[in-house]
Structures are given as structure tokens and as C-alpha cells.
Design a protein around this ligand. Structure first.
Ligand code: WTA
Length: 666
């Protein structure tokens, strides 16, 4: 049979197949392979979570697994004490001191990459912790980290954790304004940043953006540390360091050989804040704690990603998002494995960059996003075919739903039909994975994330909170607390309850059974209890796996001179999943022209960052509104997607729909 025929036949077979068993070779070696874990955890809940706590080293043992006396303010492993950096580094030194903790791959290919053994990581984290302490950072001071994908980012995170100082990482792609808002929201007086980084071979100015952000911070800023990433290549930017700015390398040199005792932290002490988009314009400061979060990151890394200490594990996310926190830094290092970091993009210098890295480092796992897989698919299989990917044992995806076609492409072209795929549903708020198959146990169904993990009580419910029957769609909920959950929104318990609990809970009740967590995702249940996540049901859109609040974008747009009103929705996009569509009404006396369009796009990039850049800006005389004055976003989504327009009878101004369609067509 000719190769082409074989391929067509394979494709036809795969296209039909809707369930895949985990490969026998994988099951034999899997960290978890006994299906009894599901029943065992249910029978033994919440004590089952001792399994996760046992993965950690404690300074003081905990008294209680779960304190649920004050829902929804749950506390886990109360009375226990530990230090996260000691768990991620010190305890591995004896057995893994000379092994790589971090393999960092820089972007310019000609540059030397860097390996940090556990010994080396230990040394530098201690030195930087000593430097931070000398600058005045103490327990509970929030340190903002506005850094690209350089090794100094996880080093700074671990140095903060060593001191008991929570960090708040702001994604390097976010704008100066976004940095200022987040520093002020957290009352953060310390910033660690970098002079720049590389994108597709060119140095980018990062310090300029950081300085602009700092100028906008209302609170006090005590000290700023700047990592010199670009060396001589930053001549063009030439910012130099201001008086309160310290060069990272100088600080490290000044504290050479320093040692900082890891501060024993209470299980419920804050480990970090992570700001994420919500329904209102103001980002939410999601608070994660020390023990429950680390236990969750470690347990899911072990049971879902199947990480073993001798593995080389590659997650292609950015540490500026939660995926990088839990599954580049904390989970993998807690298990003592080798975790990889890649500074660049998958298409530079060529579209086989990721596969080249997998081959060179013999990566055992690859954890990436559906948007990346869709791009790889578009580029074609000739890129992975150039490389030997046989080191891979497991593949994962996160961030958005993956369509079965992309799943099968990943399974065949990257996994060679030998690697299970875990499609992991979770959120910034959940701290780690919640709904996915255990790869050594469960059948995989492309397009469906899978059943809830053992001990996780996720249910799909209808508008009244009743569980839907198989085959039906509804809303995803989590009915019982879990160790990795957010504890609150920073400084805002009320908003925490409003955003996540009010929908399906009896908020007057003190009985935990009356409290239900609502992640604001729609979902569908099948006959085997598998959950297919359908996407957000709030005003959050998911662009390339990144959460963006439509309100945040709208408020940036209406801040532009000449704009009267704006509505933003997500429209389908082949690679990004969703893209930003903006509908804008201009004020009298202004013209909705290309100049205005440019100003709007710039305003969005300045307020949030290039990821929020609108794909399309449509000028319209009016927005479709209901009689009560609410914008009908669904109609705008239909228009963005070129779909048939839904029911317009409840509109106050139905005639506007045709006008907008015309404007889009222009
Ligand atoms: C979406 C990223 C479908 C979902 C870890 C969720 C997913 C939001 C999946 C959280 C998945 C994440 N299938 N949808 N496997 N994983 N999502 O906070 O809408 O950046 O609520 O956390 O991404 O995004 P966040």
C-alpha cells in the first residue's frame, strides 16, 4: 500500500474513533494505575487528601485535614507548617543535588542555554532571598514580579517563598497600566523586573514599560530589582538604573554564599496572589495559600502529568499565568524533577522549534495549549516529522476546549499514538487540575476533558442547581472544597462570595453542604460521567487560552477621545479560539475612520497589552439593546461569527442589526 493510502486510511479510522484506551506500555509504569482510587477517595473524603499532603515535607504536622466550620472560607491542613522553597529545593539536595532542576532554553538559538542543578538553584535562591531581605522584604510583604521567561523569575518566586513574602507575578506581555493597577491593588512596594527579552530574534524593551508603570503607581515603591537579560543588546533603549533600582547580578554578587533559613509558614499563610480577569473591569486578586496549593500542584503533577524525578518535563506556558506557576515551577519542583523553561515562540527561528527542543532534551512530557496545537496543525506535520519525538510519554493540554480534530492531530503527529493525552480543565482559582482523565486509568474521549479527578466533586447542573441528566448541557459546579482552591479575593471577601458562590449557594447557611463553587463555565455531561467544557458563561473571553474581561477592554476603548460607547465580544478564531471584536459608537463631530481605529487599538494595548488587541473594530451608529437598555451581546457574537442572527424581537432597535452587518461587511 502506498504511503498516501495508508495515511488516508489512518485518518479515516481516527476521524471515526471517539474513545482511546491508554497505551499498555504507559499503564505499566504509571504513577496511578489502580481504578479503585476513585471509590477510595470518595469513601474516605476529606481524609483522602492526606495523600497529597504526604507528598510534602512538614516542619510541623497538621492537626486537621479540612476545617469547614466557616464556609466558604475553608482551611486545609490546619496547624501544619512548612516552607515552599524548602519543599521545592532543599529536600531534594541529597539525592538530586547534581541533577538539573531547571533547563532553560533562551530564545536566540546561538546563545548558550542554562542549566540549574538543584545545588545551583539552592545557592542562587538563597543569595537572592538574602538580598531581598536586606532591601527590607519581610514576611507577608507582597513582591511584584514583572518578568519575562528567564530563570530569575522562578528564582525570585522561590526566594520570596523562602522569606514568607507572597509574590504577585504580572505577565510580561501586560502593559505599564496593568502593572501599576496590580501593584496598587496589592499594596506592593517591591518590584523585580528585567531590562528586556527577545522575541523572534529581536531584543524588546521591558524596563521602559516597567518604568512607565512605576510612574503610575500611587502607593510607595521602596525598591526595584532589574535583571540584565539583554547585556549589551539594550544599548538602543539605554534606560540605565534609577536610584532605587538595583542590578540583580550585583545583588547576587554582594550576597555570594549567603544562606537564608526557610521561614516556617502556617499552612494557610498566603503563598501568592495572581490577578485574573473577571466580569467587572477591575482584575481579581486570587489568593493561594502555602500548604493546600502546594499539595494540590504536587499531587496533580504526579497523578495526571505522571511526573517522576528522573523525567525531563516540558510545559510551554508562560510563568506569568497560573499554568506556569503550578506546572512549570511549584508542582514539578516539589516532585524533584527537571522542569524546562523556554523563552521564545514556537515559530522562531523555524516552525519546528518546539520539536527541536523536545528532541534535544529528550522531554518525557509536553503540556501545552490547544491554540498552539491548532497553529502546529495549520503549519503541517512536516515540522514535527523532522525530529525524533520518541522520548515523549505523555501529552497534555490546558486553557480552552480542544476540538477532536486537533486532539487527534496531537495524538498522531506528536504522540505517535503511544502517548495518552490529558485534557485538563481548571482555572487560576482552582490552583490546579480538577477535571481530566487519570492517564494510567481512564479511557480518553477527544473533545471531552473527562471525569472529575478522584475526590473532586464536580457536577453539571441546570439553572436551579439540579444535576443534569447525561446528554444534557448546563453549568459546571464544584460541590465540595478541595485543597488547592483559592481562599478569597485579596482584600475583598464580599466579591469572593459574589463571584464564585452566590449563584448556587445558600449564602446564609453555615452548613458546607449548602455551598457550591461556580467557575462560570458551561459544560455537558455524557453517559460515562465525562464532562465536556463548553466555555465561559460570563463576560470573559478566552483568546489563545488567555482570559480577558470584556469590561476591561471596553473601558479602555471608551477612554479614547471621540468614543461614546463600546461593546466587546468574543468571535470564533481558527487559531486563537476566540478573538476580540469591538463595536464602537463615535461621538458627534468625530469620524469612525482608520485613524480612530488605530487610536482605539493603541488604547487597548496600552491599558492591557497586545494580547487584547481587537481583531476587528466596527463603527456603528447604535448598539443592539433590549427594552431595558442591556446590550444584546449574543447578537454581536452572531454577527462576529457571521452566523444567522438569533431572535431580535426583544430588541428596542431591531433595525440596527442590518446596519451593523453592513458595517462589518465593509
Ligand atoms: C478555560 C487556565 C475547556 C475555562 C488554567 C476556564 C478550559 C478558564 C480548559 C480558566 C479545558 C481551561 N477545556 N476549557 N481543558 N482549561 N479552560 O484562569 O473557561 O487562565 O474557566 O486558567 O479557561 O482560565 P485560567
Amino acid at each position: 500500500m502506498a504511503d498516501d493510502d495508508a495515511e488516508t486510511e489512518l485518518e479515516a479510522r481516527l476521524a471515526e474513533q471517539d474513545a482511546f484506551e491508554p497505551p499498555e506500555s504507559f499503564v505499566e509504569q504509571a504513577n496511578v494505575s489502580d481504578p479503585a482510587i476513585y471509590d477510595d477517595f470518595e469513601d474516605d473524603w476529606p481524609a483522602c487528601w492526606e495523600t497529597a499532603a504526604d507528598l510534602l515535607s512538614w516542619d510541623t504536622d497538621y492537626d486537621t485535614v479540612l476545617d469547614d466550620s466557616n464556609p466558604p472560607f475553608y482551611e486545609w491542613f490546619t496547624g501544619g507548617e512548612l516552607n515552599v522553597s524548602a519543599n521545592c529545593i532543599d529536600r531534594h539536595l541529597e539525592e538530586r543535588g547534581d541533577e538539573a532542576a531547571i533547563e532553560w532554553v533562551g530564545e536566540p538559538v546561538e546563545e548558550a542555554n542554562r542549566t540549574y542543578t538543584y545545588e545551583e538553584l539552592h545557592r542562587e535562591v538563597n543569595e537572592f532571598a538574602a538580598a531581598l531581605r536586606e532591601l527590607g522584604v519581610g514576611e507577608d510583604d507582597i513582591v511584584t514580579l514583572y518578568m519575562p521567561m528567564v530563570p530569575e523569575l522562578p528564582i525570585a518566586m522561590l526566594a520570596c517563598a523562602r522569606l514568607g513574602a507572597p509574590h504577585s507575578v504580572v505577565f510580561a506581555g501586560f502593559s505599564a497600566d496593568a502593572l501599576a493597577t496590580r501593584m496598587d491593588a496589592a499594596d506592593s512596594e517591591y518590584l523585580v523586573t528585567a531590562d528586556g527579552y527577545y522575541r523572534r530574534g529581536d531584543p524588546l524593551d521591558h524596563l521602559g514599560k516597567a518604568n512607565e508603570g512605576l510612574a503610575g503607581v500611587e502607593g510607595d515603591v521602596s525598591d526595584v530589582v532589574v535583571v540584565d537579560r539583554l547585556g549589551e543588546n539594550d544599548d538602543g533603549f539605554g534606560h540605565g538604573l534609577a536610584e532605587d533600582q538595583h542590578d540583580y547580578d550585583d545583588l547576587i554578587a554582594d550576597h555570594e554564599g549567603a544562606s537564608v533559613d526557610p521561614v516556617a509558614r502556617d499552612a494557610e499563610d498566603m503563598l501568592f496572589l495572581m490577578y485574573t480577569s473577571g466580569t467587572t473591569g477591575k482584575p481579581k486578586g486570587v489568593k493561594h495559600t502555602t500548604a493546600g496549593y502546594l499539595a494540590w500542584a504536587a499531587w496533580t503533577s504526579e497523578s495526571v502529568l505522571d511526573i517522576k524525578p528522573e523525567d525531563t518535563y516540558f510545559c510551554s506556558a508562560d510563568i506569568g499565568w497560573i499554568t506556569g506557576h503550578s506546572y512549570i515551577v511549584y508542582g514539578p519542583l516539589a516532585l524533584g524533577t527537571t522542569t524546562m523553561m523556554y523563552e521564545g515562540t514556537p515559530d522562531h527561528p523555524e516552525r519546528d522549534r518546539l520539536w527541536e527542543i523536545v528532541e534535544e532534551y529528550e522531554a518525557d512530557q509536553l503540556y501545552t495549549a490547544p491554540t498552539a496545537i491548532r497553529a502546529f496543525m495549520k503549519w503541517g506535520e512536516q515540522y514535527p516529522e523532522r525530529h525524533d519525538l520518541s522520548s515523549l510519554r505523555l501529552l497534555g493540554t490546558v486553557g480552552e476546549p480542544i476540538n477532536p480534530r486537533a486532539w487527534k492531530w496531537y495524538y498522531t503527529n506528536i504522540g505517535n499514538e503511544e502517548c495518552p493525552i490529558v485534557d485538563t480543565w481548571w482555572q487560576t482559582e482552582t490552583g490546579g487540575m480538577m477535571v481530566t482523565t487519570l492517564p494510567g486509568v481512564k479511557t480518553m474521549k477527544p473533545g471531552s476533558a473527562g471525569p472529575p479527578l478522584p475526590g473532586v466533586d464536580a457536577q453539571v447542573v441546570d439553572g436551579n442547581g439540579e444535576e443534569v441528566s447525561p446528554g444534557q448541557a448546563g453549568y459546571l459546579t464544584v460541590q465540595k472544597p478541595w485543597p488547592g482552591m483559592l481562599r478569597t479575593l485579596y482584600d475583598n471577601d464580599e466579591r469572593f462570595i459574589d463571584e464564585y458562590w452566590a449563584e448556587y449557594s445558600d449564602t446564609d447557611s453555615e452548613d458546607p453542604a449548602d455551598w457550591v463553587y461556580f467557575p462560570e463555565d458551561g459544560a455537558k455531561l455524557d453517559d460515562d460521567g465525562y464532562i465536556t467544557v463548553l466555555g465561559r458563561v460570563d463576560d470573559v473571553i478566552n483568546v489563545s487560552g488567555h482570559r480577558l474581561g470584556t469590561m476591561e477592554i471596553e473601558s479602555a476603548i471608551v477612554g479614547t477621545e471621540g468614543v461614546a460607547e463600546a461593546a466587546v465580544v468574543g468571535g470564533n478564531h481558527e487559531v486563537k479560539g476566540e478573538a476580540v471584536y469591538a463595536y464602537v459608537i463615535v461621538e458627534d463631530g468625530y469620524e469612525g475612520d482608520d485613524g480612530m481605529r488605530e487610536r482605539i487599538i493603541t488604547a487597548v494595548e496600552d491599558a492591557i497589552g497586545p494580547i487584547a488587541r481587537p481583531e476587528s473594530v466596527v463603527f456603528t451608529p447604535e448598539l443592539p439593546k433590549t427594552r431595558s437598555g442591556k446590550i444584546m451581546r449574543r447578537l454581536l457574537e452572531d454577527i462576529a461569527n457571521g452566523e444567522e442572527i438569533g431572535d431580535t424581537t426583544t430588541l428596542r432597535n431591531p433595525e440596527i442589526v442590518a446596519d451593523i452587518e453592513d458595517a462589518v461587511g465593509k
